[in-house]
Design a protein. Structure first.
Length: 339
C-alpha cells in the first residue's frame, strides 16, 4: 500500500499547534521555544516529512533554483568554482541547475534560454564562447533575472562580477622571473576574446616596463594557435630566451615538454611560470611554478552575492575582485638577493 504523504497540517494536528508554527519551526523562523522547535523537527523526521516546493514556490514567487553555466568541467579550476558555489547554495536551500557550453556560442545561448524557461531565481555564468556577441546574457538582465558573471569581465554587460586580479597576478609572476635573473621572457598569450588574456598580457608588459626591459612583439606567442609548438621551437632557435610566462598551466606544460626534448635545464637555463595552479602543476617533473587563482572562493563569493541580490532585491550591480598568489616550485629559480 502506498504510504500517505505527511503534510504540515498533519504535524500541526498531532502537536496541537497551528500549521504556521510548524512552518516557521522547520524554516528556522519566528519566536518559537527551543523545546517546541525540537518537538516539531523530531516529529517531521519521524514521519519523513518533505516540504512541498511547488506550493512554497507559488507562495514566495521563487523556485529556489539557481542556474549555472560553465564552459566545461575538464579543468580543475571550474570544478573548484562549482564546489564553492554548492557550499553556499546547498546551505541556503537552493538547488543548482547546471549547463555546460563547451565554449560554444550556440550552446551558451540555449543554456540561457533553458534556465530562463525554468524560472530560476538567478544565474551564475562563466562566459566561454569566442564571440563578442553576448546578447543572450543581455536577455537575462532585461528579463529581470539576477546575473553574476565569473572570471571574465564583459564590458558591455551592466551586471555583477566576481573575478581575480589577473593584472597583478601576471605582474607578480614576471617580476619574479626578472628578480631571478631572466631578461628575455616569452609570454604565451591566451585567447584574444577574453578579458583575462588581455589583463595578463598588460601585467606582463608593465613588469617589463618597470624594470626597463623593452617589450618585443616577437616574444609573444598565441597559446591557442594550431602552430603553438612550432612557434615555441622557432622562438628558442632565434632568441636567447631565459624565461616563459604562460597564460595557463596547460600552455606552460607544453613549453616544459619542448624544453626537455631540447635538453634544456629547467630552471637553470630557462624558467617557466604557468597560471591557475591546476593539479598537473604538481604532478609534472619538474613541478610547475604558477599563479594560484582562488577558484573555490570565486564560486563561494559569487553564490553569496547572487543570493544577497535575490533575497534583498538589490538592483545596483556589484563587482568583487579576489587576489591571486604566486606559487614557487621547481621550474623557477630562487630570487637573487642583493647584499
Amino acid at each position: 500500500m502506498k504510504k500517505k504523504k505527511v503534510s504540515i497540517t498533519d504535524l500541526a494536528k498531532e502537536l496541537n499547534v497551528t500549521p504556521s508554527t510548524v512552518s516557521r519551526a522547520l524554516n528556522g523562523l519566528g519566536n518559537i521555544s527551543t523545546k517546541r522547535k525540537e518537538q516539531i523537527v523530531n516529529l517531521a523526521q519521524k514521519y519523513g516529512y518533505r516540504p512541498n516546493h511547488i506550493a512554497k514556490s507559488m507562495v514566495s514567487n521563487k523556485t529556489f533554483n539557481i542556474g549555472l553555466i560553465l564552459p566545461e568541467f575538464t579543468h580543475n579550476y571550474f570544478n573548484n568554482i562549482l564546489a564553492g558555489i554548492e557550499s553556499i547554495t546547498y546551505q541556503k536551500g537552493y538547488q543548482l541547475l547546471i549547463c555546460t557550453s563547451d565554449a560554444l556560442k550556440e550552446k551558451e545561448e540555449k543554456s540561457c534560454m533553458t534556465l530562463l524557461d525554468a524560472r530560476v531565481d538567478g544565474i551564475l555564468a562563466a562566459a566561454g564562447n569566442s564571440s563578442d556577441n553576448l546578447d543572450h546574457f543581455s536577455k537575462i538582465i532585461d528579463y529581470g533575472t539576477p546575473l553574476v558573471l565569473l572570471d571574465r569581465i564583459c564590458e558591455d554587460l551592466n551586471t555583477s562580477y566576481v573575478i581575480t586580479n589577473d593584472f597583478d597576478g601576471a605582474f607578480e609572476a614576471v617580476q619574479y622571473l626578472i628578480d631571478s635573473g631572466c631578461h628575455n621572457i616569452v609570454h604565451i598569450k591566451g585567447p584574444d576574446y577574453i578579458s583575462t588574456s588581455f589583463n595578463r598580457f598588460l601585467g606582463y608588459q608593465q613588469a617589463l616596463k618597470k624594470n626597463s626591459l623593452n617589450y618585443r612583439e616577437e616574444l609573444v606567442i598565441a597559446g591557442d594557435s594550431e602552430f603553438f609548438l612550432d612557434d615555441v621551437n622557432n622562438i628558442l632557435n632565434t632568441f636567447p630566451i631565459d624565461g616563459f610566462f604562460a597564460f595557463s598551466d596547460y600552455n606552460a606544460y607544453e613549453v616544459v615538454k619542448v624544453l626537455k626534448q631540447r635538453d634544456c635545464k629547467i630552471p637553470e637555463d630557462i624558467s617557466v611560470i604557468g597560471y591557475a595552479d591546476e593539479p598537473l602543476a604538481q604532478y609534472i617533473s619538474p613541478q610547475l611554478s604558477t599563479v594560484k587563482q582562488p577558484a573555490y572562493e570565486i564560486g563561494k563569493r559569487a553564490a553569496e552575492i547572487l543570493l544577497k541580490i535575490i533575497e534583498e532585491n538589490i538592483e545596483v550591480p556589484m563587482t568583487e575582485q579576489l587576489k591571486t598568489s604566486l606559487v614557487h616550485r621547481e621550474t623557477t629559480k630562487n630570487k637573487f638577493i642583493s647584499i
